[in-house]
Design a protein around this ligand. Structure first.
Ligand code: F6P
Length: 352
């Protein structure tokens, strides 16, 4: 077969492990594998190269994506779709493997739903906001990066008996903040799915500060991990908290740190490499089997989708992936409800 692979949207650590496995497995199984540079924009512009084993040697441990990425505004338009299909016809590829987040998978579904080309998605986004994948490529590394940053901030915070609001990426999904916040021993975790408004958040945090820095308290620092899905800026929360410090926590300072793109870079963890490799291998096998308009999910809850030879990988129609992604983002998915319920059960223990 002739197959092409691209990475699209926000890069995620582990994308290179997936690219390499697609190329190594594909070439060794007798296929020709093309790499499309700069995501869908590169596809529109015909920026394509045949991947050879020498090109992908030693890339598994490297962050980012060797193919480059983009967020193409033109690709989803009718003209963009027609041009993309024409490019793929010219290349004579039967299968396109798309490694990316929810926007990229929506683009993959647009391209693949008429079945003129086999489109197979691999979930990759640090946000972990893709339906029917327990984890996406990149999430584990991003969590580890956040935890390491919070540990460092905690060292200096304890030295000065300070409170810090640390903002982490995740777009509209609070998963990264929740998971990393627990691992970093946060005193409070703020996530957009809670729906709390600014005054409610300030009231919650004032209570955390009052308890943590009450006379006789053993606490030497307060760590508040805030997801970027909480739209109140970290600096604004700090300003509002600071207005009450004289009474809430005399002598204590509150500072903010926005981790931003630091969270997205860096060498992938072993787990992200393995997820990338196993989803990638399964994608080549799925392409050979003629799969259309699907995504491969990692450790899919509820056993959704069709089984593969890999017990952790399942095949899910892209349309269902996108529907579940929407449910997760609007909070109606049982998975998100369960996630919030579990966090609420331990929330009062965080600041102890
Ligand atoms: O989707 C991944 C992500 O890193 C989000 O967490 C963040 O909101 C967004 O991408 C940032 O996008 P950009 O790199 O285009 O600014």
């Amino acid at each position: 077969m002739r197959m092409a692979v691209l990475t699209s949207g926000g890069d995620a650590p582990g994308m290179n492990a997936a690219i390499r496995t697609i190329a190594v497995a594909g070439i060794n199984r007798g296929h020709t594998i093309f790499g499309i540079r700069r995501g869908y924009q590169g596809l529109l512009e015909g920026d394509v190269t045949e991947l050879r084993l020498a090109d992908i040697e030693g890339i598994t441990h490297v962050g980012g994506t060797i193919l480059g990425s983009s967020r193409s505004a033109e690709f989803p338009t009718p003209e963009g779709q027609a041009r993309a299909k024409a490019r793929l016809r010219d290349l004579d590829v039967q299968a396109l493997l798309v490694i990316g987040g929810n926007g990229s998978l929506a683009g993959a579904h647009l391209l693949g739903e008429d079945r003129s080309i086999q489109v197979i998605g691999l979930p990759a986004s640090i946000d972990n906001d893709i339906g029917h994948s327990g984890l996406s490529i990149g999430v584990d590394t991003a969590c580890n990066t956040i935890v390491e940053a919070c540990d460092r901030i905690s060292d200096t915070a304890r030295a000065h008996r300070r409170a810090f609001v640390v903002e982490v990426m995740g777009r509209r999904c609070g998963f990264l903040a929740m998971r990393a916040g627990l691992a970093a021993e946060a005193d409070a975790i703020l996530y957009g799915e809670s729906g709390l408004d600014e005054d409610a958040l300030v009231a919650q945090l004032r209570e955390v500060l009052r308890r943590a820095f009450a006379p006789g308290s053993h606490k030497r620092r307060v760590l508040i991990v805030k997801s970027e899905g909480v739209t109140v800026p970290a600096a604004r929360l700090v300003k509002r908290l600071s207005e009450h410090l004289v009474t809430d926590a005399p002598g204590v300072d509150v500072r903010e740190t926005v981790l931003g793109h630091v969270v997205r870079g860096g060498n992938p963890s072993a787990l992200d490499r393995v997820i990338g490799q196993r989803l990638a291998y399964a994608s080549v096998i799925a392409a050979e089997a003629g799969a259309h308009d699907i995504m491969l999910g990692w450790e899919v809850q509820g056993g959704f989708g069709a089984e593969t030879a890999d017990p952790s990988v399942r095949v899910i129609p892209l349309a269902e992936v996108l529907a579940e992604t929407e449910r997760q983002l609007d909070g109606t998915s049982p998975i998100v409800k369960k996630r919030m319920e579990l966090l609420r059960q331990v929330e009062h223990l965080l600041a102890l």
